[in-house]
Design a protein around this ligand. Sequence first.
Ligand SMILES: Cc1ncc(COP(=O)(O)O)c(C=O)c1O
Length: 393
Amino acid sequence: MSFRPFNPPPRTLLGPGPADVHPRVLEALSRPTIGHLDPRFVAMMDELKDLLRYAFRTRNALTMPVSAPGSAGMETCFVNLVEPGDQVVVCINGVFGGRMLQNVERLGGVPILVEGTWGRAVSPDQVEDTLRRHPRARLLAFVHAETSTGVRSDARLLAEIARRHDCLTIVDTVTSLGGCELEVDAWGLDAVYSGSQKCLSCTPGLSPLTFSDRALERVRGRSAPVSSWFLDLNLVLGYWGGEQKRTYHHTAPVNALYGLHEALVMLSEEGIEAAWARHRRNHLALKAGLEALGLELVVPEAERLPQLNAVSVPVGVDEAALRARLLYHYNLEIGAGLGALAGKVWRIGLMGYSSRPENVLLCLSALGSELGALGLGPATGDALAAAHAVLHP
Ligand SMILES: Cc1ncc(COP(=O)(O)O)c(C=O)c1O
């Protein structure tokens, strides 16, 4: 048997993530590996924490990347904050709220569900009502940007309700960080995790995390030890914490952290508000083009994520076959629907380095051509003109 190096095809990633990685990040990953306790590396870690504070808009001391993907960021929040018997209100309006529920169950917590509609934001009224009926609840968990449906929930309002009921919040920002407004301090969010592979233009595999002082106090005041050794923040902070000497906890993914550092330097150069505006502008251009093609967005306008567009599949179109043709003929990846929306929608992401005008135009022309080949005769030229009008008013 002989094996050869793996050379991936040159895809354009317009699915739900990972998004395209910026060439500067790819270059940073290839820099020489140094020791994870090397003073120069430790100085880079400190800068990385400051850069993450910039991205999350927080001054939280506990702000760092977990050395594993977004799911590990999620587990870090739950495993550190939930103790057996704790009542936890979990909002489910898509796939990732469902995963939060599984975390609570596995930790022996008592989940209290706020069940929403797929494709709609979490209802603040339902949350208020649930917290009123469960005065012993200690935590409210919800997804800010639900990648499975392309919905943004009102994190500011949900956190305000939680505070009024003396609950801490666990907030999933895997798809929102860097792509749309997110204000950890101004909105008073407590335990917040994200992912490197979406709107940050970085490779998958790291989970930025930030904890308010209130959340950290809750971790420090636990009666039972944290059941995961790897994700126990009391131990992780021996390595990532700033005050005392750094000690070995695990071998940090050194080069991956170079990549995240570079991605965040780029975000600071662009400016976080400019990055939010870029995601919005490209979304509006895509939306204008999709509508000219006769396609409909699933989510009501006020609840739409600019970085993830759920599009209804036209009646009679085999959604998987069309996605396969986009991949084969245009090297273009878009996503399928998940769960309740499987088979019914495509998910078109414009995240991070993928959120660029040329990708909007590529996507519209490829979709237009393929729908045209099915005899649907969409107005591809009109779609490109509509997008162009948004991009260059
Ligand atoms: C909203 C949300 N939460 C959590 C995750 C899990 O992240 P990862 O796949 O990096 O573990 C994802 C991944 O797509 C996500 O979109």
